[in-house]
Design a protein around this ligand. Structure first.
Ligand code: C5P
Length: 240
């Protein structure tokens, strides 16, 4: 059996049946499926068990928690009962928020979202952040890791600098990944799977290029094969 590729397929589906079908089709090929806020709000906490089913696929619950530490702690404790493998929290909530989530859900990897990739430099200025995107991402990365985050979500453009900043043990997760030739959709700053892995990404978040394909299973298998070829040539680390 081949090792599933370090890819989290974003199940941004209109309904649970479609999300579960996509999960079934891609799980032989990828390590992780990602449940976002829309699916969670629509179907509630049971969506996690529905999607996981009897499979061993890892579940990435992308709720991007952002509130005061006490509220995040209680929320993370409730969510931990669903046994997600990963849970996102905004790093901009500050170290106490990250620490609260990490302590409340010790068996779940807390992945801190550094800066939303939809935020431009100009918009950062509008919300009163005078540092540039690059420096802000690095500062938030350090802060989050020191507070107990074991993963960081960042763009493939920043992943190299973030890796240099936080070292080899932190799991770096990158959305904005597009296999060569696929449409960018609304992602402004994209990289191919190979580029993202070579830059230091451990887990590639890919949605529409896989779920929008005529055959999502075949599309996931294609990405997995391209990463296996890369590992054979470049000796990239084994997926985690
Ligand atoms: O379809 P696509 O590959 O663009 O999906 C990317 C997924 O990653 C979506 O679920 C999106 O919400 C999420 N995401 C992102 N950029 C971030 C954080 C999360 O695209 N900075």
């Amino acid at each position: 059996m081949t090792i599933p590729a370090p890819v989290a397929v974003a199940l941004d589906a209109p309904d649970l049946e479609t999300a579960a079908l996509w999960a079934d089709l891609v799980t032989p090929h990828v390590s992780t499926v990602k449940i976002g806020l829309e699916l969670y709000l629509r179907y509630g906490p049971d969506v996690v068990a529905s999607i996981r089913g009897a499979s061993t696929v890892r579940v990435f619950l992308d709720l991007k928690l952002h509130d005061i530490p006490a509220t995040v702690a209680r929320s993370a404790r409730i969510v931990a009962r669903l046994h997600p493998d990963l849970l996102t929290v905004h790093a901009s909530g500050g170290p106490d928020v990250i620490r609260a989530a990490a302590e409340a859900a010790p068996d779940t990897m807390i992945a801190a979202v550094t800066l939303l990739t939809s935020l431009s430099e100009e918009q950062l200025g509008l919300i009163g952040v005078s540092a540039n995107v690059h420096d802000t991402v690095l500062r938030l990365s350090t802060l989050a890791v020191e507070a107990g985050a074991r993963g960081l979500v960042c763009s493939p453009r920043e992943v190299g600098a973030v890796r240099a900043e936080v070292g080899p043990d932190i799991v770096l997760i990158t959305p904005g990944v597009r296999p060569a030739g696929s449409a960018p959709h609304d992602q402004a700053r994209v990289a191919t799977p190979e580029e993202a892995v070579l830059a230091g990404s451990d887990l590639l978040v890919i949605g529409r290029p896989i779920t929008g394909a005529a055959d999502p299973g075949a599309a996931a298998a294609g990405v997995a094969a391209s990463l296996r070829r890369l590992a054979a040539v470049a000796g990239t680390p084994a997926p985690r």
